[in-house]
Ligand binder design. Structure first.
Ligand SMILES: C[S@@+](CC[C@H](N)C(=O)[O-])C[C@H]1O[C@@H](n2cnc3c(N)ncnc32)[C@H](O)[C@@H]1O
Length: 298
């Protein structure tokens, strides 16, 4: 079974049963579905859909993070070279015995990665480094500063699995049927045929909860309130063209007791759903919280 090849902030693995039960009722019987995920991240929903819905005829994914999208493309087309490069990184890491030496290797590789211009992070080497960082950095986070430098510190994993060949092979097989785009989410519109049955799953960076500093900056481009409002217009375009969409976000408030997304998505079906959330970056375990799920169908 194919599954995400990176751990990703906001990953939807634990929410899959809820998302699945909220798909349109005819999702199982339609024969010619186009599935579109414009903010794919680690792709928990993507891999679930690819494995469980053979009736999907076309799949389009997109993300603004070129390092991530290059991993998808290398896994799709050059997975053996990627595995080879990752094995070398794995060996280089495990040849070192002390935490200090491994940490130094991590920071040397991070420097190598950051010296490569953001728009050139599309090689086998950068894809292997991307996966390596995901396995060895703090909490598997990917975060860039305003200059596009990856700035997550070394993590605490004792025996990270740097080269998980089976996961890459399974993802390689699943991705053969996928069109992989890089850029702003609106890019996907150029590739849509509105005569088809189009289903969009939208999982943008979450709006911070009132008073909280949530992690919503994956790359040098922040996703702030004007962006959330543009995304509402994007949903209108889908709706007006007869497509279906389902959108996840935080249960964020404008002020105490007033839901930001109920107001923004007025006219659509807005549900408050239960979801597990990490307590914080330092503590172990999760607690339950509510999130919102917006749909343009019942
Ligand atoms: C909440 S995460 C998606 C998580 C994903 N559903 C998963 O299961 O791992 C949001 C994603 O949106 C991407 N992103 C941020 N701004 C974007 C934009 N303007 N256009 C496209 N993707 C964007 C980020 O790089 C990140 O991967």
């Amino acid at each position: 079974m194919a599954k995400p090849f990176v751990k990703w902030a906001g990953g939807k693995g634990k929410l899959l049963p809820t998302l699945q039960s909220n798909l349109p009722t005819d999702f199982y019987i339609q024969q010619e579905i186009t599935y579109i995920e414009p903010f794919v991240g680690g792709g928990a929903m993507l891999f679930y859909i690819l494995e469980n819905h053979p009736n999907i005829r076309r799949t389009i994914i997109n993300d603004i993070n070129l390092g991530l999208i290059s991993c998808y493309r290398k896994i799709q087309n050059n997975h053996q070279e990627l595995i080879h490069e990752l094995r070398q990184l794995h060996n280089a890491f495990y040849e070192l015995e002390t935490i200090e030496e491994r940490r130094n290797l991590y920071y040397r590789l991070r420097e190598e990665y950051n010296l490569i211009p953001v728009n050139a992070r599309n090689t086998i080497r950068t894809a292997a480094l991307f996966v390596f960082f995901n396995r060895t950095c703090f909490n598997g986070l990917y975060r860039e500063n305003y200059n596009g430098n990856f700035n997550v510190p070394y993590g605490r994993y004792v025996r990270p699995n740097i080269c998980n060949e089976q996961v890459i092979l399974d993802a390689h097989n699943a991705l053969q049927r996928v069109e992989i785009l890089h850029g702003n989410y609106t890019n996907v519109l150029e590739n849509i045929d509105w005569n088809e049955y189009n289903f969009f799953y939208l999982d943008p960076p979450y709006r911070p909860l009132l008073g909280a500093k949530n992690f919503n900056q994956y790359t040098m481009n922040a996703f702030n309130d004007p962006e959330q409002e543009n995304l509402r217009q994007f949903c209108d375009v889908i709706h007006e063209n007869g497509g279906y969409f389902m959108l996840s976000n935080s249960d964020s408030e404008i002020e105490e007791g007033v839901s930001y997304f109920e107001k923004l998505y007025n006219g659509f079906n807005v549900q408050h759903i239960r979801a597990p959330r990490r307590i914080n970056a330092y503590a172990q375990g999760t607690q339950m919280t509510t999130e919102i799920l917006v749909k343009n169908f019942d």
